[in-house]
Design a protein around this ligand. Structure first.
Ligand code: PMP
Length: 379
């Protein structure tokens, strides 16, 4: 099969798997145990933390291991609200992942005013939109670094500057950004950032939350581990695997971004040059785009059918985020960009990965072109 759905998940890389195996077998210790077996596990966790801090240009004490992107996001939002107890307003972008947007009704019940920030037709938040929505009552602004459906890079640096001026904290979900766009937290002064291992060739069920030093934090799961910020025996093999994945992600960022960008552009061009009814959902400007995602609207065609036709040929893509597929609701990201229900239901997301080849792209465009010609003949 051809996997063009790397934004849903990725396989564990051979190096990552290799790095984890000793911590299932001979080095199976509990990092809290005061003898060599435990000390080795503790040392492995500490080294993984340093690798992650290095990837993000953060300090290792600012990295907290969690069960993944969802927990990191929810911990960050809850932590920020408890750090700004008098403030009752939250600004959330309308294109956030469900692990953030899904909190809104709960927060509203608790008395918070949640404002969903609109995006422009290209799927980017305009910094002015945030600036105008900020008030002295804003506790938190949550805007993702890269949108997982369109690949649109958000203006995080500008948002941080405005939010901090107004006394609000900034959280960013960098699950789709990590290893795909450079992230330097010594320059971009967000207060918290989420990442997830299984999107960067690490194991599932592990992730990290960056919490900037000096910010107060309330734990969702109090306990003695993770400097009292998260209770529970550490997932040592998962943490080690994530550390290894972080190093590989940095190598990919250094060496393979140009290649994956070319493949993505080739995919777009060979379809869009041929079929005028295909439109790109997301920014055109290369500097506003993560290199691995393209979201295409096949106007007048139900994407659900296209997706199933591709599946029959062994080509895997997605309609928006995997977490919401199974239902045929239109993507909240595309509707936030001003698309009608019908337009949004005509879109497919292609997300390329480390193993995507030019042959995969050629095969995909050939098959998809055949399907599209067939559909046009039939209509
Ligand atoms: N944020 C984004 C942008 C995502 O794409 C995902 C995964 N679909 C998550 C958060 C949640 O991450 P996890 O699967 O590790 O909980």
């Amino acid at each position: 099969f051809i996997d063009l759905d790397s934004s849903a998940t990725t396989p564990v890389s051979p190096g990552v798997l290799e790095s984890m195996i000793p911590y299932f077998r001979e080095d199976y210790g509990n990092p809290s145990s005061p003898y060599p077996l435990g000390e080795r596990a503790k040392e492995a966790v500490s080294q993984a933390r340093e690798k992650l801090a290095w990837l993000l240009s953060a300090q290792s004490r600012e990295i907290l291991f969690t069960s993944g992107g969802t927990e990191s996001n929810q911990t960050a939002v809850r932590g920020a609200l408890s750090a700004r107890p008098g403030k009752k307003e939250i600004l959330i972008s309308s294109i956030e992942h469900s692990s953030i947007l899904g909190l809104a009704p709960f927060l509203e019940k608790e008395g918070y005013k949640v404002t969903l920030l609109p995006v422009n037709p290209c799927g980017r938040i305009e910094p002015e939109t945030v600036r105008n929505a900020l008030s002295e009552n804003t506790a938190l602004v949550s805007v993702m670094w890269v949108n997982n459906e369109t690949g649109a890079i958000q203006p995080i640096e500008e948002i941080v500057a405005d939010a901090h001026k107004a006394g609000a904290l900034v959280h960013t979900d960098a699950v789709a950004a990590t290893g795909k766009v450079p992230i330097d937290l010594s320059k971009v002064r967000v207060d918290s950032l989420s990442m997830s291992s299984h999107k960067i060739y690490g194991p599932k069920g592990i992730g990290a939350l960056f919490l900037r030093k000096g910010e107060t934090f309330s734990s969702l799961m109090p306990g003695s581990q993770e400097r009292k910020r998260r209770g529970g025996t550490e997932n040592v093999p998962g943490i080690v695997g994530l550390g290894y994945a972080a190093v590989e992600a940095a190598e990919f960022l250094q060496n393979s971004i140009a290649k994956i960008t070319l493949l993505r552009d080739h995919l777009e061009e060979s379809l869009m040059d041929y079929f005028p009814f295909i439109r790109r959902n997301g920014p055109k400007e290369p500097s506003f785009r993560a290199p691995h995602i393209t979201n295409l609207g096949f106007l007048g065609i139900a994407a659900e059918k296209l997706l199933m036709d591709l599946v029959r040929e062994g080509i895997y893509v997605s309609m928006g985020s995997a977490c919401s597929s199974g239902s045929i609701d239109p993507s909240h990201v595309l509707t936030a960009m001003g698309q009608t229900r019908e337009e949004a239901l005509s879109a497919l997301r292609f997300s390329l990965g480390r193993s995507t080849t030019a042959r995969d792209i050629d095969r995909t465009t050939t098959i998809l072109s055949g399907i599209l010609k067939e559909k046009r003949r039939a209509s």
